[in-house]
Ligand binder design. Structure first.
Ligand code: SF4
Ligand code: SF4
Length: 220
């Protein structure tokens, strides 16, 4: 009988406990499609995966009746990953005050009358939810506009600015991209991140003073 994953509450991560404990490699990570995948023909119903998932996202059906019951439970589950991340990781949710919809990007960021920083994140990614949170605090001491955009349903900005990893910070001045920091922000590297932000903002100020745009890019 098959193994089922409730992707509504699953991180869909290559670091999945289920992948790690499965003795038959029934659950694996598909690097090309960036998703977990299941080959039920290999499953021996040992249930190690089910026990290993901290949020009960993996379920093993032992017979047809159980399969139907679990399938129904998953289909009707109203939860989503973002509902669980507070319990799971002790994080606090993203402040809506800084969130703007994608269609306000031009008006709020490109046409801003002062340097602007936009953080692109994906609301469906646990890394984005976690690693986005402290970032707004880092801009308290700078005279820049800070906003966030959830790009989970539209990749237009990712393509436009060649962003490969999320969350990412994009720095704009006079409608031009002048710096970016790509990839998630490890708490242990917070000082490093602060330094990168300071360096980019210093360059923006220098550019403003001297009438040129300097472009900087950093991987986080
Ligand atoms: S441990 Fe559970 S929540 Fe995490 S990736 Fe695996 S199935 Fe999903
Ligand atoms: S029940 Fe056992 S064999 Fe099947 S996927 Fe889970 S850990 Fe792997």
């Amino acid at each position: 009988m098959p193994v089922l994953i409730n992707f509504k509450i699953c991180d869909n991560s290559k670091d999945c406990n289920g992948i790690a404990v499965c003795p038959t490699h029934t659950i694996t990570w598909d690097e090309k499609n960036k998703t977990m995948k299941i080959d039920n023909s290999k499953c021996i119903n040992c249930c190690k995966c089910e026990e290993s998932c901290p949020v009960g996202a993996i379920r093993v059906a032992r017979n047809e009746q159980e399969y139907k019951k679990i399938r129904k439970e998953i289909d009707e589950d109203p939860r989503k990953v973002s509902d669980l991340f507070i319990d799971r990781y002790g994080a606090v949710s993203v402040s809506p005050a800084f969130l703007i919809p994608l269609d306000k990007f031009d008006a709020q960021i490109l046409e801003s009358n002062k340097p602007a920083v936009v953080e692109l994140f994906n609301n469906k990614s646990i890394k984005c939810l976690l690693y986005s949170i402290p970032i707004k605090e880092l801009f308290k001491n700078f005279d820049v506009k800070y906003r966030k955009i959830n790009i989970s349903d539209d990749e237009y900005l990712l393509k436009k600015y060649g962003i490969k990893e999320l969350p990412s910070l994009l720095f704009f001045n006079n409608g031009k991209l002048v710096g970016k920091i790509e990839g998630h922000y490890r708490i242990g590297k917070l000082n490093e991140l602060k330094k990168k932000i300071e360096d980019i903002i210093k360059q923006i100020r220098w550019g403003v003073k001297n009438g040129v745009n300097i472009f900087s890019t950093f991987a986080s």
